[in-house]
Write a protein that binds this ligand. Structure first.
Ligand SMILES: NC(=O)c1ccc[n+]([C@@H]2O[C@H](COP(=O)([O-])OP(=O)(O)OC[C@H]3O[C@@H](n4cnc5c(N)ncnc54)[C@H](OP(=O)(O)O)[C@@H]3O)[C@@H](O)[C@H]2O)c1
Length: 302
């Protein structure tokens, strides 16, 4: 199928903006579904993307918008829930995915590109367990699915380098738990390319792709690289596990929730993979460190 009508759930976010632009560039028609509320985020969507506001967890709404869709991308997600019992994550990941699958079956829309995360299912974090459960439902759906499991995603407006950049503006010294946790940040453009390729390649149906960048770096290094890109002198103090856990317990109650108990549990696993899906999709992983000025908007500010 050449030109497709693609619905993107969660498409107003960081990945969604980039993916919408990529799909429009390929000539597809893109409709972003949004719960509404954040006009600023919607304004960042590329021209040409339509937005339909509604309750994306409601089967009736989904059936109505699926009427003339060829494919669905599910990017909905949260990093933190209210409380710490896993209910919030299960609602967004498992409940919503289940409702989406049923609506797609009802409307005979078969193609589903599902965003997941590295280590979904593994470890003790409610986030990863709910993600793993959602993936299980997708695998059992009998739809034409593809699942993507990225490490942390890097790009302009990301929740990694940009988030630390904001913290480092205020703090000359940053105490962090699990400073040695390893990541393979993957370039957001590569993530968008992976989805775009899968959309037009039936060989990707029924496949799960880990998406990681070419370079492995620790959390402490990520902070140091961010400071260096701004030419800031900043110091990382690695916290021992007990203090790191305590920091997460306190962080959960601070404005903006810089870290939560569940984030701490996820952090116990290195976010790396030896089975990168990018080359399998014909893509060369982009190193993210040379992209830091672009990610942080340094050239624009200068
Ligand atoms: N960024 C990363 O490093 C990373 C790494 C691994 C996996 N992922 C996954 O990739 C996906 C996209 O990530 P992102 O960074 O673009 O996230 P994001 O910027 O937070 O966007 C997620 C979108 O999900 C929707 N959403 C949020 N809460 C929701 C809820 N309770 N019910 C329904 N929809 C909700 C929002 O859309 P509306 O407010 O418009 O409805 C939002 O735009 C997420 O599933 C995320 O977990 C991201």
């Amino acid at each position: 199928m050449a030109r497709q009508h693609v619905l993107i759930l969660g498409g107003t976010g960081f990945v969604g903006r980039h993916l919408a632009a990529r799909l429009l560039g390929d000539g597809h028609r893109v409709t972003v579904l949004s719960r509404g509320g954040d006009a600023g985020r919607r304004a960042q969507l590329p021209r040409g993307a339509s937005v339909i506001e509604g309750d994306v967890a409601d089967g009736q709404f989904l059936r109505a918008v699926l009427d003339d869709a060829d494919a669905v991308v599910n990017l909905t997600g949260i990093l933190n829930e209210r409380g710490d019992d896993g209910d919030g994550f299960r609602q967004v990941f498992v409940g919503l995915t289940e409702t989406l699958i049923q609506a797609m079956r009802d409307m005979r829309v078969r193609r589903l590109l599902q965003m997941s995360a590295l280590h979904a299912t593994d470890g003790a974090s409610h986030y990863l367990m709910a993600r793993g459960e959602a993936d299980k439902r997708v695998r059992a759906s009998q739809l034409d699915w593809t699942i993507f499991r990225p490490s942390v995603i890097a790009g302009p407006g990301d929740g990694l380098f940009c988030r630390f950049d904001g913290l480092l503006k205020l703090a000359p010294v940053l105490p962090i738990g699990r400073a040695d946790a390893k990541f393979q940040p993957v370039w957001v453009g590569d993530v968008a390319d992976a989805f775009a390729r899968a959309l037009v390649d039936d060989k990707t149906i029924g496949q799960v792709y880990d998406l990681v960048g070419p370079d492995t770096m620790s959390l402490a290094e990520i902070v140091r690289f961010t400071a260096r890109a701004r030419r800031r002198t900043r110091f990382v103090i690695p916290l021992p596990p007990g203090l790191g856990k305590l920091q997460a317990e306190v962080g959960e109650h601070l404005p903006g929730k810089p870290i939560s108990r569940d984030n701490w549990r996820s952090l116990q696993l290195d976010s790396t993979s030896a089975d990168n899906g990018l080359p399998k999709l014909g893509l060369t992983p982009t190193p993210v460190l040379p992209k830091l000025p672009e990610i942080l908007g340094i050239a624009r500010d200068a």
